[in-house]
Structures are given as C-alpha cells and as structure tokens.
Design a protein around this ligand. Sequence first.
Ligand code: ZN
Length: 209
Amino acid sequence: MNQTILKLRQTGEPVLRQPARPLSEEEIHSPEIQRLIVSMRDTLRDAPGVGLAAPQVGFSLQLFIVEDRAEYQQDVPQEQLAERGRLPLPFQVIVNPKLTIIDPMPKLFFEGCLSVAGFSALVPRAAKVRVEGSDEKGEQLLIEAEGWHARILQHEIDHLQGKLYLDSMLPRSFMTTANHARFWRDKPVCEVCAALGLNFSQILNPSSY
Ligand code: ZN
C-alpha cells in the first residue's frame, strides 16, 4: 500500500502560530481533504503519536485526528494508565471543533508534541471537556471526554488556534524526553513538582491564583 508520510512542522514555523480556518461541508467531501486525512493518519502512525492537527503538516485548516492504540500503552505501567485515565482510543477525525470545558479542575501531567520534537513538560489541562464538530463525512459529532482523551482534545484544538503546549506549560518542567525518561517518568507528579521547585497544590487549586 502506498503511504504518504507528511513532513512534521516544528515550532518556529509560522503555520503553527496561525489560527486555522474552518472547512466547508463541500471541502470536507473533496478528494484533496479526504487524501489529506489518510496521509495524516499514516503520518501519525509512523511518528507514532496520539494526535495530529492539520497545521502540524502545513495546512492551516480546522481539522485534526486522534488515535491511541492499545499497543502504545503496552509498556506503560498500569497505575500510570489509571492515574491519567488513559484508555485505547479509536481513530477519529474531527473537523471545525468547538470546545466547552465541563470540569475546569486542572489535571497535571507531562505532555509532548510532534511539533516540539524531543521535549516534554508538565501542562495543566481541564479534567472534562465537550467537543462539537463534524467527522470526515461532514456528519455532526459530539464528544464528551475526560482523562487522557480530554487532554489530547485540548492539545489538538489548541493547535487550531495557533497555540502550542509551550504557551501553557510550567516552564520549570520543560525538559528533553531523554531526561524525562531518565529522571522523572516513574515518579508521582507531586514529587516531580517538589523537586523542580513547583507548588503542586497551588497549580491544582486555581482559586488560589
Ligand atoms: Zn501537538
């Protein structure tokens, strides 16, 4: 099978900082967009990653895909999966999304991005969200998500607004993925915060800001 692996744009490319434009229903059905979706899926699986937004492959369009395969989670300890509320997520295409925060209580975990290759950082994200939009057939979608799914959706929708996790991360936690694996990956987030000089309870209690 012929696969097209698209070039992943890295932070600093203007397209990652532009608000993406919505797609018309006619455009969603067009062969160009249908081809783009297939190429984005191939690119995401090749990376591999759990989410990819069109601006990350150079298209300033309100379109993203998600997929968190069971095989990606095989080597992650059970307690980490449970803590993050991370479950296998089938491949899904989301066009023209509108995000509503249902539970704003922040959850704090390390997050990475295919457009900030080789780094990760702690990013607070709302616990529960609703996303309305359409799928690749132009049919209406309504997703309610919590846990890791909610984090992925917020991360991808940020891309469509020209935002990167760099804008909302805790800067003191920004690190190479190699150092994350070497020093921090297996420690509880509260312990990581203490060691990095971050006030964990203040971060998780927005009313104290
Ligand atoms: Zn990203």
